[in-house]
Ligand binder design. Structure first.
Ligand code: SF4
Ligand code: SF4
Ligand code: SF4
Ligand SMILES: [Zn+2]
Length: 345
């Protein structure tokens, strides 16, 4: 942790160099690109490619334009011989899975009826992500080039094991592999002889049509859809995540109008020390309350990880202030990772 290079007053992460107030005033494309430059060591571009003329990928809001042989921001989609394909072979995912006994520590478990069932969750970890959060707590998703691939058939078979009650797609984030994940979900639902809940934990920046299709499957199967809302201020969001967060808010707002059912949609925000303060949380909570004042919202306590290892666990005062800010708008606010606070009390 350093003093902000501009004002010398506020605290800043070394990877960013500026504190939150200065960032909001002076953020530039260069500052954003520099903060994400280190991902090049994984063969990943530091910003979404805009190669004109190139082929457009519209699976997510980044809308990468890819020249021949070029990979997208997610590292998963590639222009090969004039067609955009996944790095994985056809009908294969860059993904792995494991069984997690219920109740799991999944982000919706604090209210989800599925977590009270007996059995297991099939957790499907997707490699690759359309965001590049500096604080990523699942950073192994970037190891796309050394992962083994998982076929659609293997995934469906794994879900049809008798103990499985729900399937959670997370990662990384599902957006860059969403069409195939939707196909697998439909196949699971078609072949299952009992209800298997299908859930998504994502940043929510996917193509609106794909996002809606995936959400419909969750609604039909009694699952949940969780949006990870990283920040409210565009400048903070761009620097922390490398790309615009606008689509996540647009998609959630749209799903909220289409599917007003209780306890179907949910959201989380990681309380990154200093950057995601009560002002950020208050604005997100106000947005969620405009969808539904009973919207379930979970604040997650940060622990040092990835490129923000120099920041501390979220200070208790920040957790308290953020919780109170969220509660001014929402009736149901949860705080996750509370055990981390015990380490600093
Ligand atoms: S999925 Fe998103 S990040 Fe990946 S290539 Fe397509 S537009 Fe780019
Ligand atoms: S049903 Fe979905 S939200 Fe509930 S425990 Fe299973 S994976 Fe988590
Ligand atoms: S959206 Fe999630 S998986 Fe993707 S970079 Fe951000 S924290 Fe990591
Ligand atoms: Zn400053």
């Amino acid at each position: 942790m350093i003093n902000c290079r501009r004002c010398q007053q506020e605290k800043a992460a070394q990877a960013i160099g500026l504190g939150p107030s200065c960032l909001k005033e002076v953020v530039t494309e260069e500052i954003i690109s520099q903060a994400h430059f280190s991902r090049q060591k994984y063969g990943l571009p530091s910003s979404p490619p805009r190669n004109k003329p190139g082929l457009l990928c519209s699976y997510c809001a980044n809308e990468c334009q890819l020249g021949e042989g070029q990979v997208g921001f997610c590292g998963l989609r590639i222009n090969r011989s004039g067609r955009i394909n996944s790095l994985a072979p056809e009908k294969y995912f860059a993904a792995s899975f494991y069984y997690d006994p219920l109740p799991t520590n999944c982000c919706a478990a604090w209210f989800c009826p599925g977590s009270k069932e007996r059995g297991v969750n099939l957790a499907v970890f997707f490699y690759g992500c359309n965001f590049d959060c500096l604080f990523c707590q699942n950073a192994t998703h970037r190891l796309i080039r050394i992962t083994s691939f998982l076929s659609l058939e293997e995934l469906v078979k794994a879900a049809l094991v008798p103990q499985v009650r729900c399937v959670c797609f997370f990662g990384g984030s599902p957006e860059p592999q969403l069409p195939l994940a939707i196909e697998a979900s439909q196949e699971i639902t078609r072949q299952a002889k009992r209800k298997i809940r299908i859930c998504w934990e994502w940043n929510g920046g996917g193509h609106p049509t794909l996002v809606q299709k995936a959400a419909e499957i969750s609604l039909e199967t009694g699952g949940t859809v969780k949006f990870d809302l990283k920040a409210w201020s565009p400048a903070i969001g761009r620097v922390l995540c490398g790309v615009s967060l606008d689509r996540s808010f647009e998609n959630l707002s749209r799903l909220g109008r289409l599917f007003p059912q209780a306890d179907f949609l949910t959201a989380t925000t990681l309380l990154v020390p200093f950057y995601i303060d009560e002002g950020e949380v208050e604005s997100i909570a106000r947005f969620l309350a405009s969808i539904n004042p009973d919207f379930p919202y979970s604040l997650l306590i940060f622990h040092p990880d990835d490129r923000l290892r120099d920041l501390p666990i979220t200070p208790k005062q920040q957790v308290q202030a953020c919780y109170e800010a969220a509660r001014r708008y929402l009736r149901r606010v949860n705080v996750g990772n509370l055990h981390l606070l015990e380490r600093i009390l």
